[in-house]
Design a protein around this ligand. Structure first.
Ligand code: UDX
Length: 456
């Protein structure tokens, strides 16, 4: 099948590449000439496991092409995917200008029937706007051409995006016309395996499903973070509580990890956008607002613990492990690391940071500054630091050489925003170990530890 994808960001690039991988003829269009040039050389601008290989293979097979030529793109595909960004406006609502610009471009150049598919996460009602924009441009051209608009939201997770696309839990198709459901069913047949995963519904419900999924997951995290803060104050251990509640299948073990706040390009943006949509229709979405507020507060918790331990932070040097918003990505959008570094800098401290993938991204965002040292290894970051803070749970941070760590750090103090270690073990090795929602232990050298009162 012939497919055109507008937008070569995370969603567009993964979608286009995976459609090509199953034998389709795919053209990806982007306005960023630089990016297209890099993609045409086989360079993938984002770090996503497995993606580069797939792009390379399909590009060489001639099934995956990249261009800035929108007209050629429109002519190519029966399916026209809109996968451009919807960044938050100042008020938190999603900015639709790029989505609607693509709709206009499609209408301008189309000469036969097209299925226009909204893949970007867009507010409820966007498909209507896309349809209206296409109709308006076609009318101006005096062209009477048929088209359909479909909502087909993407549920990929960064770091596992290729797998999520190739083996989806569900394929949501929102249509107002049964013929498009059948077209989308045929398009997704290679991914719709073992049992029928295609769920079709009306367009508005499909648009809302995407926000509902992200808001539910964000709610689970904020709920656990709230409980962790409570555990801190009550002298309970959130890790026991997590295992205790997760054993109930109605609750489940996934997405109930407390931490230093959720980040990324989806949760913060989508929770805000949904709350904004609610207020536009006169509904005060209190729970959504709280999910967002708890998350913003959670991004301050690690800093508060550091501040409480040291008092004055001026002149202190803090080693930071992890910059990306989660492991297996170099994405730092809304990452907990950013708020922590900024708070440390405001307090006069310096940061020595290491991340397995996000070093370039950090230097792109912050440039050269005296209070940020971007280190070439986790060990180098520790050298002469007053303490270590951890904000991303990369596997390589899970089992460090604690003895070596003690030698490199000026003081054996760890602030762990991801609850990676066993507090008893760390106390026994002589560390002051602060985690999220776990009792702080007094370090001992005898191999036993004493429980202290609560942390920050
Ligand atoms: C998310 C959704 O999972 C995906 O379905 C949607 O399409 C896009 O948004 P992503 O942003 O890639 O995907 O990351 P995800 O793995 O969901 O993690 C989001 C954030 O939540 C990360 O900062 C992560 O550290 C945090 N998180 C996750 C927790 O703090 N605790 C958890 O239990 C799970």
């Amino acid at each position: 099948m012939k497919i055109t994808i507008f937008g070569t960001g995370y969603v567009g690039l993964v979608t286009g590449t995976c459609f090509a991988e199953v034998g389709n003829d795919v053209v990806c269009v982007d306005v960023d000439a630089d990016k297209i040039e890099r993609l045409n050389k086989g360079e993938v601008p984002i770090y996503e496991p497995g993606l580069e290989e797939l792009v390379d293979r399909n590009r060489k097979a001639g099934r995956l092409r990249f261009t800035t030529d929108a007209k050629a793109g429109v002519e190519h595909g029966l399916f026209q995917f809109i996968a451009v960004g919807t960044p938050p406006d100042e008020d938190g609502s999603a900015d639709l200008q790029y989505v609607l610009a693509v709709a206009g471009t499609i209408a301008e150049h189309m000469s036969d029937y097209k299925v226009v598919v909204d893949k970007s996460t867009v507010p409820v009602g966007t498909a209507d706007k896309v349809r209206a924009r296409i109709a308006e441009v076609l009318a101006k051209r005096g062209a009477s051409l048929e088209f359909d608009v479909v909502s087909n939201p993407e549920f990929l997770k960064e770091g596992a995006a290729v797998n999520d696309f190739m083996k989806p839990d569900r394929i949501i198709v929102g249509t107002d016309n049964p013929r498009t459901t059948e077209l989308l069913r045929a398009l997704y047949a290679p991914f719709n395996r073992n049992h029928d995963r295609l769920i079709d519904m009306d367009i508005r419900s499909a648009e809302l499903t995407k926000y509902a999924a992200n808001a539910m997951l964000a709610t689970k995290i904020s709920f656990m973070n709230e409980l962790a803060n409570l555990a801190d104050r009550l002298g309970a251990d959130i890790e026991h509580v997590r295992i205790g509640i997760g054993s109930d299948p109605r609750i489940g073990y996934s997405f109930i990890y407390p931490g230093c706040g959720y980040g990324g390009s989806c949760f913060p943006k989508d929770v805000q956008a949904l709350a904004r949509t609610a207020s536009e229709v006169g509904y005060d979405a209190q729970l959504l607002q709280s999910v967002e507020d708890v998350n913003l507060r959670q991004k301050e918790v690690l800093f508060a613990k550091i501040k409480q331990h040291f008092g004055d932070l001026a002149g202190r040097r803090i080693a930071l492990w992890g910059l990306a918003f989660k492991p297996e990505t170099d994405d730092m959008r809304e990452a907990a690391s950013r708020r922590l570094m900024e708070a440390l800098w405001e307090a006069g401290a310096t940061v020595a940071a290491f991340d397995p993938e996000a070093m370039e991204e950090a230097s792109r965002i912050y440039g050269k500054r005296a209070d940020l040292q971007l280190c070439s290894s986790a060990e180098q970051a520790l050298e002469g630091a007053d303490a270590l803070a951890i904000v991303t749970e990369w596997s390589v941070f899970r089992s460090p050489d604690f003895a070596g760590m003690k030698q490199r750090l000026k003081q054996p103090v760890i602030f762990d925003g991801r609850n990676l270690y066993d507090p008893d073990r760390l106390a026994a090795q002589g560390f002051h170990y602060y985690a999220i929602g776990r009792p702080v232990q007094e370090p001992t050298s005898e191999g036993s530890s004493v429980r202290l009162a609560t942390g920050a």
